[in-house]
Design a protein around this ligand. Structure first.
Ligand code: IPE
Ligand code: IPE
Ligand code: MG
Length: 263
């Protein structure tokens, strides 16, 4: 039975494998595909305002684009994608915008769930979840539970996330272990640190993208981007579609990554 299943799969692969892949169409090579792509989803508000619309309209379009780009990334073979959707600093915004941004993911999770299941994507939320409204916390638990068994791309949504908070929490956890004798100071290595960050278990961030013109990191994945390739584009997040992701990956493939060595 197993053999039969295997040979069926083999035939299917052989008969459907095209001589050029969809990646070739977009002028990018099939390898190397970045294993982990992180994106600072910026420019929703300005995108809407440029169209004479309220900022919320931009956030809504941005949310639709998350579904689109996540599906493209998963089909491209990216193993993990981390999307910065709300920072620990974004609470400074007007109350109505914050309220809208706290409600938006609830609808987004419900609408996205069938697609996540179909594409075998596992969705997780990173950030200080306990400070989010209860209704949003429940929606997070639902989507994480529903997609928890999926084995394809890991889609991390950073909500109420701040890298400095994440580092403070990591230091506190490690310090507690030292204080209680579970660990010695000499045991603290970069692996130990990584194991106590919210990205524990994910591949290294190969590519970090920021949309909409700003050239800053805004408290996102500060430890994790030590050797990431950085890609900045003027395209606003709602306009960052399939071709834009392919272009970013093509640019990544043109980079010469030396990690301190010499080629
Ligand atoms: C990104 O778009 C979404 C969030 C930070 C919540 P912005 O809301 O920052 O849009 P701009 O940068 O003001 O245009
Ligand atoms: C960064 O964008 C945070 C998110 C995309 C969630 P911001 O728009 O908040 O960043 P600044 O204020 O321009 O640095
Ligand atoms: Mg912004």
């Amino acid at each position: 039975m197993l053999f039969k299943k295997k040979s069926k799969l083999k035939n299917k692969t052989a008969s459907t494998t095209p001589t050029t892949t969809s990646l070739d169409k977009a002028h990018i090579r099939t390898q190397p595909i970045p294993r982990h792509v992180a994106i600072i989803l910026d420019g929703n508000g300005r995108w809407a305002q440029e169209r004479g619309k309220p900022r919320m309209f931009g956030h809504q379009e941005g949310m639709i684009n998350v579904k689109h780009v996540a599906a493209v990334a998963s089909k491209m073979g990216i193993e993990a994608m981390t999307l910065y959707a709300f920072s620990t600093e974004n609470w400074k915004r007007a109350a109505d915008e914050v309220a809208f941004l706290m409600k938006l993911p609830i609808r987004f999770f419900d609408e996205f769930a069938p697609v996540l299941m179909e594409l075998n994507i596992k969705m997780e939320i990173i950030g200080k979840k306990s400070e989010l409204p209860k209704e949003l916390q429940k929606a997070i638990m639902r989507i994480e539970e529903m997609t928890g068994g999926n084995t394809g791309m890991r889609l991390m949504i950073a909500l109420n996330y701040g890298s400095q908070d994440e580092i403070i929490s990591m230091v506190a956890q490690v310090a507690t272990k030292v204080k209680t004798g579970q660990m010695n100071i000499d045991d603290i290595t970069s692996t130990v640190i990584e194991d106590h960050l919210l990205t524990a278990g994910l591949p290294p961030v190969d590519l970090m993208i920021r949309t909409s013109g700003e050239r800053r990191i805004s408290n996102f994945l500060l430890w994790q981007i030590a050797y990431s390739e950085l890609y900045f584009t003027d395209t606003a997040w709602p306009d960052f579609k399939e071709d834009a992701l392919y272009e970013a990956v093509a640019e990544f493939q043109r980079r010469d990554r030396r990690f301190g060595g010499i080629k």
